[in-house]
Each structure stands twice: as structure tokens, then as C-alpha cells.
Design a protein around this ligand. Sequence first.
Ligand code: UD2
Length: 283
Amino acid sequence: MLPMPGNATGRTDVLTMTSWSVPVVWEGTFNPVLLNSLYQGTSLTIAATVFAQGKYIRFLKRFLETMEQHFFTGFNVHVFVYTDQPNEVPQVKMASGRQLTVKTVPTLNRWQDISASRLFLVQALIDDELLDYADFIFCLDVDSEFHGHWGTESLGDLVGVLHPGYYKAHRSALPYERRPISKAYMAPEEGDFYYCGGAFGGNLQEVQRLCRTCIINFWDDRTKGIEAVWQEESHINRYMWINKPSKILSPEYLWQDFAAREPEIHIIRFSGVAKNYAEIRPN
Ligand code: UD2
């Protein structure tokens, strides 16, 4: 790897390039000042979606407040909040160039449906509103908060985030859908990485294509009476095996537990917050 200008020095302790030659972004592999200077003065616009339905509305305030501090600061950001409780969306002061739109959605009773419905709604958002407006989109879990810089280094045509629970696991241990009847099926010899359902993104066309394909496959499964083991996350993993991401973000971009980190995690940029599944989910 070529030395990078500024203080970025590169990393030798982690995988920084995939077998298909796309970067895996870790702290120390990019120079944010240099990268930002490439986009400054442009009209770069980032859309982000977040779903806060049922009791998950409680996570939204912290999510939005920390997003304001760390996510693409200095750039145009448009956050789309999908909720069944529009009156509960907190007021969070946003910098110039940043805005929030609330989308009201019906209450769903199965957490699996809430999670999977995101793909339908993101595709509709791209189709109806974003194609001529935003440059990139990120789809993020609400039960999470930002702790550190997340910016232009994360941009790519199709962007996957390495799941924090499986980035060191052997392929045979990855929780892909293993039933051949499912359209999310991954054979034992298939799979590069296990990607998060809780954070992914890319340009509008690529994310639109991902959503469209995963929705078709999700419905195909449903007509056969099955649901992939990790709902849309399973379909996204199948999709990203066939359609390789053009950039991969390390687990710094969605860590599991802020209090516990591994030696290679030099910074946690975004992490899940602890939750009691039994208490918080609708079923
Ligand atoms: C994993 C994924 C999640 C999704 C899920 C599979 C990560 C970190 N998380 O998390 O993205 O792929 O597996 O189904 O990769 N939600 C609500 N209200 C609810 C339930 C869910 O708003 O009652 C939304 C909310 O935005 C939440 C997201 O759906 O962040 C995912 O649900 P989860 O966090 O309960 O899923 P989990 O922890 O199993």
C-alpha cells in the first residue's frame, strides 16, 4: 500500500483489501482531511434512513443527537425517520445543510416484519424522492449511537459493513441462511464476509437494485412459507455475495458493545446500544 499523505499510516494487523481489490476501511487507512477536501465545495448530499417503530422510538433522540455530531459533519445530510409515532419524534437542533423528514408508517406487530419492511420503504423512497436529489444513502439501525467520525471515507457504489460478531469467524460459522429452499441460501463454499443488516449503503442506483432484488427474494420465500433466518440481513448477505460491494467498512462502523472492544478496533464510530429484546420487541 502506498503511504498516505497526512497522518494516516496504513494498517498491517487487519485485512485492508478484499480478494476482489476493494478497500476495507479501518482507522489508519485513510486521511479524512484529504478526502473531505475532495468533496468540499460540492453539493454532496447524503440521505440516511432510520426506523423507530413501537418501543424503539426511545432510541431515536440519542441516535439523532450523536449523528449530528459525527455523521458527515459539514455536508448536506437528509435524515428520513420512519415511525408509527410521529408526535414522539424529538426535536434535535441540526446544522445548516442538514434536515430531517418524518415518514409515518403503520404499526406492525412482528419485529421481523418491521425489520424486513425497511427494504420496501427504502426502495420507495429512492424511487419517488431521491434519485435526482441525493448522491448516496445509508440505512441504519436506530438502536445505535455514533461516537466518532463517519464521513466521506465510507462512500462507495455499494457499501457493506462487516458484522462485529463475525468478522473473525470461519466461513462455516457465519449465520447465513442455510436452507436451500430460501432465496437467501448460501452453500457451505459460498460467502466472503458476513455483513450487517444494521448499516449498509451506497449510491442511489445500487441501493435501489439491492432493495429491489432482496424484496423479490423475500416475497418468493414468503410464498413458500419460509422466512430467512435473519430476515433482510440474510438476503442482503446473499446479494452481496453475488454483487460484491465496492467498499467495505470495518466493524468500527457498527460495533456491538461500546464497553468491550478488540485490539484491532482503534475507534468505535457507531455502535449498538444494549437492549432487552424480550421487553422491547412487539412479540
Ligand atoms: C440484526 C440487525 C438488524 C436486522 C436484524 C434482522 C445489526 C446490528 N442488526 O439486529 O439490522 O438485520 O438483525 O432482522 O446488524 N425496529 C423497530 N421496532 C421494532 C423492531 C425493529 O423500529 O419493534 C427497527 C429498528 O430500526 C431496529 C431495526 O428494526 O434498529 C432492527 O431490529 P433489531 O435491532 O431488533 O434487530 P437485531 O438486533 O436482531
